[in-house]
Design a protein around this ligand. Structure first.
Ligand code: ATP
Ligand code: MG
Length: 509
């Protein structure tokens, strides 16, 4: 605090600071304190000195002013605390993006002064890009380059930028907004921490309820018909891009009855929460989908999430950096209303110390780590988990126990049924009488790609639904082309690399 030193005249000795300190400690009684202290300090004659009396007066005035200023400041704070309500929303909170979106809603025109007051001069932009040919499985490793394939749609959302803004919620109700970047940052991602503080009058405190409900409804409306996908980001879950359009379940063609069986099983599980609770069984169900690449495992789970109106939370177990601890934590905090998808479950069965010749260790999740994470104690919440693998032979039987994996399904090579169904989806309109389809299936038989009679010199081969989709995509409106090129469905044999001197050096490790 500022001790006024106006009275510190030369030669006044040690007595003056006492008086001054008294005065500033209790500004109302500066005169009484000087008179009371006169008894032992004998200051009464000093007070006769006009110079000195003036000094005390000035000191008192200075102290009073300082105090008054402090009083006003703290009074304003008290008033603010009493009359205003602040709601702080941290960036980590799920409602953060909703509230920002809500803030950027256009508001109806208002009076001259109000519109001047509530104009937002600091904006920030949030850009969402989506491939025009939004492929439902864009997140998957196969088509990581698909963004370059088609034109990209970009939408720009203007949001209030950093700083203070005032918005008119409705007539007479204003909300002050303060969006701030905190100096601390997220340790794992390095992103600066951010908060938005909404301030309203105490009398209007109930508008916050409205604000959050409106923001929530707005977000729900924006995500209608979309599937949000979460993936591992830093130490937790983060949205993987914008929510994408739901993939219709009908667009994934599995062998006859398979899809229906899984969907019925999941729906039955979802209807039975009380049944599980009554019996003290953790409310969980696990599915294992296995089979060759490109058979539609990932696509099916994504479509199923859309069908059930769930989000998808995916972890690739072969990803480097997913450790046992992290996996356990992730599984304990699966985003609400999400299907958990653990891709490449076999990765956990590769021993931690066993490395491939090129030094790649195949992730760091161990088998026991995966089991422990799946058994984690954070029960109560429902959990639907899907595990996928291309190498069922590498899995351990311990994984297949109720609660971990309740249902195992092979999603295999394309069958006649699937080929016919996919044909129908692509060429159904140009091939109304189905003769094209019959010729296509006959051609596949001839090539040994589906079951049926085949020439003796042709071996039984297999192809994937992904390959059939690729063929049809190449011949979009040309079914004759698809029949002509059906030979392309025969899996290509890749020559094994001839071990050269380089290879020998590499295997040394
Ligand atoms: N049964 C199917 N029905 C419809 N589309 C399919 C089917 N199988 C594959 N596809 C298409 O092939 C592509 C790859 O499929 P997906 O990623 O689902 O295969 P996957 O079984 O998960 O493969 P991997 O085992 O390599 O992960 C996707 O574009 C998908 O649309
Ligand atoms: Mg997959």
């Amino acid at each position: 605090m500022s001790t006024p030193d106006t009275g510190n005249g030369a030669g006044t000795g040690a007595t003056v600071p006492v008086a001054v300190r008294d005065a500033s400690a209790d500004m109302g009684s500066s005169s009484s304190s000087s008179s009371s202290s006169s008894s032992f300090l004998n200051l009464s004659h000093l007070a006769d000195n006009p110079m000195f009396a003036g000094g005390i007066g000035l000191a008192g005035l200075g102290a009073a002013a300082a105090l008054a200023r402090r009083g006003v400041v703290s009074g304003a704070q008290v008033l603010r605390r009493r009359l205003l309500v602040n709601v702080e929303i941290s960036r980590r909170d799920p409602s953060y993006p909703w509230v920002l979106a809500w803030l950027s809603l256009p508001r109806e025109s208002q009076g001259f002064l109000a519109s001047r007051l509530t104009r937002i001069h600091n904006l920030s932009v949030a850009t969402a890009t989506a491939s025009a040919t939004a492929n439902a499985s864009r997140h998957h490793h196969h088509d990581s380059g698909s963004a370059a394939d088609g034109p990209t749609h970009a939408s720009f959302f203007l949001q209030p930028g950093y700083g203070r803004h005032l918005i008119r919620h409705r007539a007479g109700v204003y909300i002050a907004v303060n969006r701030e970047k905190q100096s601390s940052s997220n340790m794992t991602t390095g992103e600066p921490h951010e908060t938005v503080t909404l301030t309203a009058l105490w009398a209007h405190r109930h508008v916050f309820e409205e604000v959050f409900l409106e923001a929530r409804a707005l977000a729900a409306r924006a995500n209608e018909g979309k599937t949000a996908v979460y993936s591992v980001q830093g130490m937790g879950w983060g949205p993987l891009g914008e929510p994408r359009k739901k993939r219709p379940l009908g667009s994934v063609i599995l062998d006859e009855g398979v899809k229906e069986a899984v969907v019925a099983d999941v729906r039955d599980f979802l209807d039975r929460q009380q049944w599980y609770v009554d019996r003290g069984i953790p409310y969980r169900r696990g599915y294992l989908l296995y089979g060759p690449p490109g058979s539609g495992k990932t696509s099916f789970i994504q479509a199923l999430a859309g069908e059930l109106d769930y989000s998808l939370a995916m972890i690739n177990l072969s990803e480097v950096g997913v450790t046992d601890d992290k996996l356990a934590m992730l599984l304990m905090n699966v985003p609400r209303r999400s299907i958990l998808l653990l891709e490449d479950a076999d990765a956990a069965f590769v021993n931690r110390r066993q490395r491939d010749p090129d030094g790649y260790s195949g992730g760091t999740v161990t088998f026991s780590g995966l089991l422990n994470a799946l058994d984690g104690v954070a029960a109560g919440e429902e959990r639907i988990a899907f595990l996928t693998t291309n190498h069922i032979d590498r899995l351990d039987p311990a994984l297949i126990r109720p609660g971990r994996v309740d249902m195992m399904l092979r999603i295999g090579e394309a069958t006649r049924y699937q080929a016919a169904q996919m044909w129908g989806r692509f060429y159904g309109d140009v091939d109304a009488d189905g003769t094209g389809c019959a010729r296509f299936l006959a051609r596949l038989e001839e090539l040994g790609l589906i079951e049926g009679p085949r020439p003796e010199d042709v071996p039984r081969r297999h192809t994937s639904t992904a390959a059939i989709q690729g063929l049809f995509l190449f011949n979009k409106s040309d079914m004759e082309g698809a029949i002509r090129m059906a030979e392309g469905l025969i899996p290509r044999q890749f020559e094994p690399e001839t071990p050269g001197p380089e290879a020998t050096i590499r295997t040394k490790a």
